[in-house]
Design a protein around this ligand. Structure first.
Ligand code: KG4
Ligand code: ZN
Length: 342
């Protein structure tokens, strides 16, 4: 069964074809970094307009690379939420149109379920339950995953998400957008122990808080540099110290989760899972705990449509198809699902 996945929830326009929920036949991602870079963050209206411009060529390219025509698509899967409303509607409306014309079923995918499905594409033999950390620009969630589409939220951020913290810190340090990648790269030549920054809420349950860390960085810069430009080794050391604080908290919370649950494996997903230090730390942690780590390749961590198609395959198997009246949702799933997946 070929599922065509479409993802336009934020600033990536993506389409992919996945066979039987596990074999990626193609995956095309167009980022919008060029568009939002000078604003230091995503401008929703610009994101929507760019999605409108590129979504059809992106879908055509995904089909072409999979060696399929539209008639070879069995199911359409689209990100329904959470995300930017205008951006989501571009993907949803195209998916509805294709479903109508092709007379093929349409399923709506929750963006967080999609991030979790990157794990299914990476390793479908590990077995369940799994402990999962999904860290993205909008979410920092700890889950106990009992199976595909069966994630229970056990911890989340009370304010900023980890990716948001990276992006805000990068903006403060003048590193551009997207901030996570810039901090990751710069940190490689920085001293992570030079500056003492807080580890918010570490040792206090499974929830996160990152807004205070960002403020602590802002105070440190204001006090030490007093308006002068931060540059060179200082900049690298600040980036590395900030990253270390975020990673310490993320890894510490995963360790705390593993004390509370019995699992067969550990999954790391979401855009921040691309971070090299976090990947190394989680690899070490899993080894220490004697657990297999499901670590999707970076291309499956940052937003993409292969994960949407993979999750869509499982949604279709539950029979939950959408009709043409379906709407996107920016935050919470309209059915009031409280698992924290929307
Ligand atoms: O999952 P994603 O692509 O989009 C959302 O669903 O939000 O995650 C984007 C987030 C951004 O905040 C970006 O700065 C962060 O992931 N990110 C990283 C890295 N690559 C992307 N953060 C830290 N290190 C990275 N290498
Ligand atoms: Zn995402």
């Amino acid at each position: 069964m070929n599922v065509l996945g479409i993802e336009t929830s934020c600033d990536e326009t993506a389409a992919a074809v996945v066979k039987d929920g596990r074999e990626i036949l193609s995956s095309v991602v167009r980022t919008q970094f060029d568009l939002h870079g000078r604003f230091g963050g995503v401008v929703p209206e610009l994101a929507s307009r760019r999605h409108v411009e590129v979504i059809v060529p992106v879908v055509e390219e995904a089909l072409g690379r999979a060696g399929l025509s539209l008639t070879g698509v069995d199911v359409l899967a689209v990100t329904q939420g959470p995300g930017l409303m205008g951006a989501l509607l571009v993907g949803l409306n195209l998916a509805k149109a294709l479903s109508l014309v092709l007379e093929k079923p349409l399923v709506g995918v929750n963006h967080l379920e999609a991030h979790l499905a990157a794990g299914l594409l990476t390793d479908d033999r590990c077995g369940f339950p799994q402990a999962a950390l999904v860290v993205s620009g909008g979410h920092t969630n700890l889950y106990l995953v009992a199976g595909p589409l069966e994630a229970r939220l056990l911890g989340q951020t009370r304010d900023d998400a980890a990716g948001e913290a990276f992006d805000k810190a990068a903006k403060l340090l003048g590193l551009g957008y997207p901030g996570g990648v810039a901090i990751d790269e710069l940190s490689a030549r920085g001293d992570a122990r030079r500056f003492g920054l807080p580890r918010p809420m570490l040792g206090q349950g499974l929830d996160f808080s990152f807004s205070g860390l960002k403020t602590a960085l802002a105070h440190l810069v204001a006090n030490e540099w007093q308006g002068r430009e931060v540059a060179g080794q200082d900049l690298a050391d600040l980036a590395a110290s900030f990253q270390e604080a975020v990673v310490d908290v993320l890894a510490g919370k995963v360790r705390a989760l593993l004390k509370e649950v019995e699992v067969k494996g550990l999954l790391l997903a979401g855009g921040v899972a691309a971070n090299r230090v976090l990947r190394r730390r989680m690899t070490a942690l899993a080894a220490e705990e004697g657990l297999p780590l499901i670590l999707p390749p970076v291309s499956l961590c940052t937003d993409n449509a292969a994960m949407v198609a993979a999750a869509g395959f499982h949604v279709f198997r539950t029979g939950r198809t959408l009709d043409l009246s379906a709407d996107a949702y920016s935050r919470v799933r309209p059915d009031g699902d409280s698992r924290g997946l929307g």
